[in-house]
Design a binder for this molecule. Structure first.
Ligand SMILES: Nc1ncnc2c1ncn2[C@@H]1O[C@H](COP(=O)(O)OP(=O)(O)OP(=O)(O)O)[C@@H](O)[C@H]1O
Ligand SMILES: [Mg+2]
Length: 231
């Protein structure tokens, strides 16, 4: 595949007259771990939803693995290899942990051995979920629900995993929108579960600041060096 795994160009999202995203461009290479950061209402979730096909963009283009996927619906994007962990987790509260995971893999092989292998990978990544596989998802703790939401996304074996609010709703308090302010305020809240789920990549390699509905990724927008310890 030539070019980036994900390419977003001049993305625009609107809800009726409310303009949520204007002129957002960013790229993510295969294997890259990129954070999109910005203040409340900057348009991060809207950008993620448009990329995942949950909402249709008003303008711009989205390319995944070289294909123009602009406006394709979410179920088609899952089959193309994109999974989204939505803001607020949105696990199926009245279903068990295991049933939530099985739903995440609906677009992949439904052979019993394949389903079992996918579940076992999730339980290796998050042993806590394995201990609670028969528990109703709605009775998990908040952090456990976040683990389940991430594990459910991984069940579709995505090429690209888009996670909205990995850092549990913390936005930079600083009025300057920069990768440095984000790094400082987010470091303390980084979910400990992520270090085991990111397969040796516990910190994003690049942050894309999203200020006032616009963003453009650039190699200069890198967070400070990877923190060895938290706090
Ligand atoms: N369904 C909707 N209808 C109307 N306006 C919306 C809708 N969803 C989002 N918006 C507006 O779009 C703008 C961007 O919202 P969005 O949720 O994308 O921001 P965000 O960067 O994810 O913020 P946060 O950090 O608070 O999660 C906001 O002004 C919001 O009020
Ligand atoms: Mg949001």
């Amino acid at each position: 595949m030539a070019g980036p795994l994900l390419g977003v160009t001049d993305l625009e999202v609107a809800y009726g007259r409310v303009e949520a995203v204007r002129g957002v461009s960013l790229e993510v290479a295969k294997g890259e771990f990129v954070a999109v950061i910005g203040s409340n209402g900057a348009g991060k979730s809207s950008t993620m939803k448009a990329i995942a096909g949950v909402i249709k963009p008003r303008g711009g283009s989205i390319r995944l693995a070289g294909a123009d996927v602009t406006g394709e619906p979410a179920h088609a994007m899952v089959r193309r290899g994109l999974a989204m962990v939505p803001e607020g987790r949105q696990v199926f509260a009245d279903q068990t942990v295991e049933d939530n995971l099985l739903l995440g893999g609906y677009a992949r092989s439904q052979e019993s051995a394949a389903k079992t292998a996918r579940l076992e990978r999730a339980y290796q990544l998050f042993p806590r979920l394995g201990e609670r596989r028969t528990q109703q998802a709605g009775s998990l703790s908040g952090g456990e629900q976040q683990m389940l939401a991430i594990a459910r996304g991984l069940q579709s074996e995505p090429e690209l995993l888009v996670i909205d609010e990995l850092s549990l709703g913390l936005a930079p308090r600083s009025s300057t929108c920069s990768s440095r302010s984000w790094s400082t305020s987010t470091r303390r809240a980084w979910p400990s579960s992520w270090s085991s789920s990111s397969q040796g990549k516990p910190w994003p390699s690049r942050a894309v600041p999203m200020c006032s509905r616009t963003a453009t990724s650039s190699p200069a927008a890198r967070p400070p060096s990877s923190p060895g310890t938290r706090g």
